[in-house]
Design a protein. Sequence first.
Length: 497
Amino acid sequence: MGLIFQLRSIPTVGPSGILASYIGAVRFLLHGREMLQEGYNKYRGSFFKIPTLTSWIIVASGGPLVDEIRRAPDNALSTTAAIREVLLTDLTIGPEQFDDPFNAEVIKGPLTRNIGAKFLDIQAEISAAFEEYIPVKGDEWTKVTAYTTIMNVVCRTSNRMLVGLPLCRDPDWIQLNQKFTLDIITGTIVLNFTPDVLRPIVAPFLRAIPRGIQRATKHLESLIRERQEQEAQYGDDWSGKPNDVISWMLHIAKGQQRSIQEIVTSVLIMNFAALHTTTVCTTYVMYELATRPEYIQPLRDEIEALIAGEGLSKDTINKLWKADSFIKECMRVHELTPLTMRRKALKDFTFSDGTTIPAGCIISVPYNAIHTDAAKYEYSHQVIYANPEIFDGFRFEKMRVQDSEDTKNQLASLGLDYVLFGNGRHACAGRFFVIAEMKLMLAYVLLNYDIEMEDGHPRNWQFWIHSGPDMTAKIRFRKRKGALFMTNELQRSHRKL
């Protein structure tokens, strides 16, 4: 009753009365995506709310509000608190991982700094993984389940960066990380559809996540103990210290964070973040590539020209403008999450338009509605997305040419009208690695294979307000004659010929 009164100034999509709101909540269960779009269309530039069976979803629509959320201090609008509540991590993973999180510091710092140093390793793992999971023979077409194949490649490649050889290729390590990712998603869904009062009772029965941590500990415990002993004996920067995630975490972690369980759990969480995001995005990219053959040759020409000229490296892949645009457009028309940039109000917070968000409420930004907005910015009169219903793989490459700015429209850049990676201090810290990984996988496929869908463009699955790529669709691959995905050494030799 009190919350309804506090939120009375925010317009409602659907009925808003105490009893009538439950009708709106049922409608939201059945037509949630349509209600999010309806709210955006009606109240663009302001807030709106939608009832659920247990609470209210408060949505901020429009660039100025996104900018205010981006700039709000953490002690007022908290990302961590929102994640804990939405994903119910205290019940699934445990509160320790979020009481004093250090994963983001590891990702922003040593992981991102070492993309260049590990670039050849990443290339090599992509090549080895594709050769294993897509066993093409001669001129024959080979069909594979796209989502599963891409997840396998992503898992190996990400772990080549994180834990290195030979563990990144260990079948049990690959399988447990994939299962851990699925278990977190499943556990979150189960608990979100469980009444609040029953969640502490139901959570202990979700044993898959603790079992996954125990299983991962068998792989990492002796390695972590050995590193800790070497650090104690030789100091933090001892000669021959491996350059991997275990070393990075031990360098940054403090106190209880340095325990074996905390390090193991942190490695699994980093895998979860990398595996889910990169697999979903890359699957969308491959589906669009396989059903839009007109993009294959221009993309291939761009990559081959770069290899013949400067070669592929962490720095030069930023010059793959067409590839960058193609990936970005794929993730404009396909959503990673229905609501992004979630923040929990730790205290009453008033926006510049006078809207006050009461303490305890979570606000978010609508992903798909922003990415399909054909309106104009009030402050610049520029169209946000011309013909947003049309897939234009080189949309952002054209915008780059028109704006005469190399970086503004790149996938890694943050903007108020493109929220794949969020915005502000809490934008996805690992986006530079994810983008490099996706571009290298796209490059490998274009240089080495002809590609087509088995049965036309697959339909995305939908559940409530969520959607994702078809997990059963098959892509057909055929080896290109004379194709070779080249490491930097081979690239230099090629240019000398």
